[in-house]
Every structure is written in structure tokens, then in C-alpha cells.
Design a protein around this ligand. Sequence first.
Ligand code: NAI
Ligand code: COI
Ligand code: MG
Length: 397
Amino acid sequence: MLRPTPKRCGRCAAASRPARARPDSIEGQDQVTRIVVLPGDGIGPEVTNEAISCLEMLSDHFELGLRFEEHPFGGAGIDAHGDPLPETTLHACRNSDAVFLGAVGGPKWDKAEKRPEVGLLGLRSALGLFANLRPSRVIPGLESFSPLKASIATGADVLVVRELTGGLYFGERTQSDDFASDLCTYSRVEVERIAHVAFQEARRRGSKVTSVDKANVLATSKLWRRIVEEVAAGYPDVTLDHMYVDAAAMALVSAPGRFDVILTENLFGDILSDQLSVIGGSIGLLGSASRGADGPMMFEPIHGSAPDIAGLDIANPAGAIASAAMLLEIGLGLHEHAAMLNNALEQVLLDGARTADLGGDSTCSSFGAQVREKLQERLDRHSAMAGHLAINRGCCA
Ligand SMILES: NC(=O)C1=CN([C@@H]2O[C@H](COP(=O)(O)OP(=O)(O)OC[C@H]3O[C@@H](n4cnc5c(N)ncnc54)[C@H](O)[C@@H]3O)[C@@H](O)[C@H]2O)C=CC1
Ligand SMILES: CC(C)CC(=O)C(=O)O
Ligand SMILES: [Mg+2]
């Protein structure tokens, strides 16, 4: 993964080092990291605006060289080019260092020949983004966000590793007036590679994987379970257990603390991660990262375009901002910068800012502005610290 080179004092604590130079960088020229931004539809542009503004602030301050270019996608792609995934948009995504997506869909395009959601699935497939990481936790101090009793919700911290390019969403479909079918397929390779992602993620967390399937009925789940067991043998330090998806849905609300990493297929992961999001307070809080074997990663909040609240400036941008932090951390390897943004976001919530989904009256834009205020405080503190270090070390004169 390409990392921008922060241009501050080389020894400065918050400036991560580049992992490797961009292959297309020209000596003596500034390095640029291309972020393709797909605001999409409904609340997508509203939450994207808040998230990208945070990234711009960080990029300006640390001279990260992030360059943002917006492209139509989803319903906006249909309106602009008659296609939810216009060729120019796909080309830009393929040639980017990372993609940031708001959300797509809405009633305006529900009867379109190719719906916005077809564009989303097409993009995930075209970029080979087979692994979708959806972290969710009950933030310490904000247990009251959860509809669950504090005794149940406290400490919940779960990562859903969702297979993203296989299963029912990508199987052959038939549809007539009286009959319809959706084919669910999984191959050994598809299960193996997502299982490896889950076990590797578990090593960075609580060392436990719960694989969720329906192996008491489905052939794909039987294959899934067998291959997950095989992959698990290579990770003796990680505990593996299996749950049927119906039981897992129940356990998520009765004992969310029992989970660390949930490894599951596309449809189950889609459903369970929405359910999980509410345990932390709202679907508006969760970000996600999608990755393939190589190429650009994509970052998006887990929610949809929320047509019921679109255009009202009341959407919660926290999930989009959390996705921006994931872009910094996972996409660009800028751990300290990501931590600054996450920390600013969490502080705004701890200070009491609440959008409507959390029972408050903060607007989307005012919430975003508050996060940037907190971020600015952290940047100022960082500059002051870097100044001290520079004086002591005789650099950054
Ligand atoms: N990644 C994507 O682009 C996704 C797109 N969709 C599409 O979005 C459209 C709407 O789908 P829905 O099923 O209604 O799911 P949704 O996630 O858009 O909304 C479900 C509920 O959560 C609320 N909500 C969602 N995000 C919120 C936020 N940030 N702040 C406050 N409240 C929020 C909405 O107001 C709504 O009541 C459909 O066209 C669907 O296909 C759905 C999920 C993901
Ligand atoms: C088009 C849908 C599969 C999008 C969705 O619900 C999701 O990825 O969470
Ligand atoms: Mg979903």
C-alpha cells in the first residue's frame, strides 16, 4: 500500500515514515496520493463532505499530499452518464491510491434498469475487494447509547470480517412474473482468503474468531466451515468457534461481549453488521474498510443513503469520519494521524454532541465542524510539541 510522505521534521513524532516510494513518483517532484471520492446519493454527499474536510485538514497540516477527485457514482452516475458505475469513474478508482464512498441508492432510481446498488456491487467486484472490515464497539463512557442494558453492552468490541464479492449478491439470478432465483456459490479460494484475513485480524485483537454460517442446512456453509477449520490449523494461537447465523443474531444482543472477530459470508455479514451497529448506538457511527489482494482499498460508512433524512442536514457523519480514519490507518499506514482523527471524533461524542439518531439536535455539518475544532486543537498541540523538539534537536529551523 502506498503511503504519503509527511513533510515535517523527519524526526517528528506524529509523522509516519513512508513504507515505500510511489512507483510513479518523479524525483524532485512532490508525491501525491490520489483519493477518489464518490459521494453518491442521499446522505452520501452530506457525510462525505464532513469526512473529506477532516482529511483535508490533516493533509494541509502535515503536507501529506492527499489529492481528492470527485466522480459520479450510483444514482448520481445514472443521472450524469446513464450508468451507476460510469467507465470514467471506474477508471479513476482503478488508478487511485484509495477510494472513499458515501452511499448509493434511493427511490428515484429504484426502477432503473441498472440500479445504483448494481454499480456498488460492480465496483467492489472490479476492484477485487473481497474483504470488508466492519469494527463496532461500545465506547467507554457512552454505554447509554446502546439500547441494551449497560451490564450487557459494556465492553462490546467486535470486528465483522465480511466476505464481499461472493455469495448470493453475485450469484446468477433469474426472474419472471411467477418465479425468481438467486444462486449462492462459494469456492475454496474465496473462503480461504477471507478466512486468512479474519485470523490475521484476530491476532491484532482478542485472538478469537467466530465463524458464522448455516452449515446445518446450506451446502455453501458446509464447505465454508470445513475450509475455515483447515485455515485455522495455521493459526494455533487463535481460538475458533462456529455459530449458526440464527443463534449468532441472538447472541449478538444477549451477549455481544462473547465475540471478538466474526467471520462470515456476504449476506450474513451485511445483516449482522447492521444489527451490531445499533449495539454501539447507531448505524451512523460505523465505518468500514474493504480490501483485495492488491490495488486500492475502499472506505465507506456501513449505512446506506438514508433517503428518509437526506437533504435535512441531520445525518450522523461519525461513520464516514471513522471511515476516513480507517483510510489513514489501513489504507495509508498513517497510524498517528488516524489516531488523532479518531480521538477528536470520540471526544466530540464524549463532550455530548448528538445527532438525531442518538437523540440530539446536532446537525451533520455542526457535528463535523466540532470534530474539526477538536482536530485543530490536536494539530496545534502537535505543532507546539514539534517546535519544542525542533529547538532541542536543532532541526525544523
Ligand atoms: N453502501 C451503500 O451505498 C448502501 C446503500 N444502501 C441503499 O440505501 C438506500 C436506503 O436503504 P435503507 O435500507 O433505508 O438503509 P439505510 O442504512 O440507508 O437507512 C436505514 C435507517 O438508518 C438511518 N440512518 C442510516 N444512516 C444514518 C446516518 N448516518 N445518520 C442517521 N441515521 C442514519 C436511516 O435514516 C434509516 O432510518 C437503499 O437504496 C439501499 O439499497 C443500503 C446500504 C448500504
Ligand atoms: C447494495 C448492498 C449490498 C449494500 C449494503 O447493504 C452493504 O454493503 O452494507
Ligand atoms: Mg448493508
